[in-house]
Write a protein that binds this ligand. Structure first.
Ligand code: FMN
Length: 347
C-alpha cells in the first residue's frame, strides 16, 4: 500500500495525503510586494497536495531584498493574499505561508539596505538588482545587538497577517542562506555578542514571536543543514542543527532540505526534534515512499510540483511528468506558471 496517499495530522492540519508542494519563489509579484491574481490560479491548480507551502514572503521592507517577491508587512500586501488562500480552500486544499528575511542574499537597490549577522559578502554567483540584472553581491552591514529583537517581532507580525489573510499555517524560512540561516551557520555568524555565543538565539526569538501570535500548532520551520548554495557552510552541521532542532521542539513540523548530503543527518535531527518531519530535495515517487517508511511524516516536491499541477494523480497512475522549463522559473506571467498541462490535456 502506498504511504504517500495516506492521510496524516500535522499540528492543527489534517492532510489527506503526504505530498507537500515545496516553497518556490516565482518573482511575479509587483515591485511593492503585492501578490497577483494569477497566483490564485497557480496555487489552486496544485491544491491536490496534502499541503502547499507558498513562495518565500518578506516580513519587512528591510527583508525584501529580491525584486518582485511578495511581502507581508502592509495591509495591501495582506489583502492581496486573501483571494489566493480563499481559492485554495475552495478547491479543497491547505496552504502555509513561508516567511523570510533575505539578509545578505538580496541587493540594496531593491529596498535600500543589506544587513546580516556579520559583514561578509557572498563570494560565488551574482545578486539580482531591482531591474533583474545580474550584479556582484554587496557586503552587508552587521546588525547591532539592539536591533535584532525587532526583526524577530517582524516575523511575528507577518505571521499574524498571514493567518488573518486566511493561511492555515506559517513556515519560518530558516534555510537556503537567508537571514535566520546566516545566524545559524558558522561561516556567516562571526559575532561575539549573545547572538554569536549562541547561534540559535535569533531562531528561538523568531519562533517565540511567531508562536505567540499564531500558536505552535500552526508554525513550522525549514532548515537546509548542508546546502552550500550562496556560499554557506558550517564547521559542524550535525551539532549546529541538532541544537536548532532542539530549539524548535513543540512546533508543528520541521522541514529539512537534504541538499549537500544532509540526508545522512536527517535521522539524528528528527530524533532531536521529536515531531513530524518533512523531507525534501530530489525526491521521486519511489524515494518518497522509502522516506515515509523510514519515518518521515511527509515529502515535499519542488520542481516536480512546479511543472505538474496534478503531480499526485500522475504518481497514482504512474504517468509521465511534464518537462520543467527553468527559463520561466523566475519572472514573467502565465508561461511556465499556470500553463503546465494537467494529464487530461496531454494528448
Ligand atoms: C524556482 C525555485 C524557487 C525556489 N524558491 C524557494 C523558496 O522561496 N523558499 C525555499 O525554501 N526554497 C525554495 N526553493 C527550493 C525548493 O523548495 C526545493 O528545496 C528544491 O527545489 C529541491 O526540491 P526538488 O528536488 O523537489 O525540486 C526553490 C526552488 C526552485 C526550483
Amino acid at each position: 500500500m502506498s504511504h504517500l496517499f495516506a492521510s496524516t495530522r500535522i499540528g492543527r492540519m489534517q492532510l489527506p495525503n503526504r505530498a507537500i508542494m515545496a516553497p518556490m519563489t516565482r518573482t511575479r509579484a509587483s515591485r511593492d510586494g503585492i501578490q497577483t491574481p494569477l497566483a490564485a490560479t497557480y496555487y489552486t491548480q496544485r491544491a491536490g497536495a496534502g499541503l502547499i507551502i507558498t513562495e518565500a514572503i518578506a516580513v519587512s521592507r528591510q527583508g525584501h531584498g529580491y525584486p518582485m517577491i511578495p511581502g507581508l508587512w502592509t495591509n495591501a500586501q495582506q489583502e492581496s493574499w486573501v483571494p489566493v488562500f480563499d481559492a485554495v480552500h475552495k478547491a479543497g486544499g491547505r496552504i502555509a505561508a513561508q516567511l523570510f528575511h533575505t539578509g545578505r542574499s538580496g541587493h540594496s537597490s531593491v529596498f535600500g539596505e543589506l544587513v546580516a549577522p556579520s559583514p561578509i559578502a557572498i563570494r560565488t554567483g551574482e545578486a539580482r538588482d531591482v531591474n533583474f540584472q545580474s550584479v556582484p553581491f554587496e557586503t552587508p552591514r552587521e546588525l547591532t545587538t539592539q536591533e535584532i529583537p525587532g526583526i524577530a517581532r517582524d516575523f511575528g507580525l507577518a505571521a499574524r497577517r498571514a493567518i488573518d489573510a486566511g493561511a492555515d499555517a506559517v513556515e519560518i524560512h530558516a534555510a537556503n542562506s537567508y537571514l535566520i540561516d546566516e545566524f545559524l551557520r558558522s561561516a556567516t555568524n562571526r559575532r561575539t555578542d549573545v547572538y554569536g555565543q549562541d547561534r540559535t538565539r535569533f531562531l528561538r526569538e523568531v519562533v517565540e514571536a511567531v508562536t505567540k501570535e499564531i500558536g505552535a500548532d500552526r508554525t513550522g520551520v525549514r532548515f537546509s543543514p548542508m546546502s552550500p548554495w550562496n556560499d554557506m557552510s558550517d564547521e559542524n552541521p550535525l551539532e549546529t542543527y541538532r541544537r536548532a532542532a532542539e530549539a524548535i521542539r513543540g512546533v508543528a513540523f520541521m522541514h529539512l532540505v537534504e541538499a549537500g548530503g544532509a540526508a545522512t543527518i536527517t535521522p539524528a535531527l528528527s530524533q532531536a526534534f521529536g515531531g513530524p518531519v518533512i523531507v525534501n530535495g530530489g525526491y521521486d515517487f519511489a524515494h518518497a515512499e522509502a522516506a515515509l517508511v523510514a519515518g518521515a511524516a511527509a515529502v515535499a516536491f519542488g520542481v516536480p510540483y512546479l511543472a505538474n499541477p496534478d503531480l499526485l494523480e500522475r504518481f497514482r497512475r504512474n504517468a509521465p511528468l511534464n518537462t520543467p522549463d527553468p527559463g520561466s522559473f523566475y519572472g514573467g506571467s502565465e508561461r511556465g506558471y499556470t500553463d503546465y498541462p494537467a494529464l487530461e490535456l496531454v494528448a
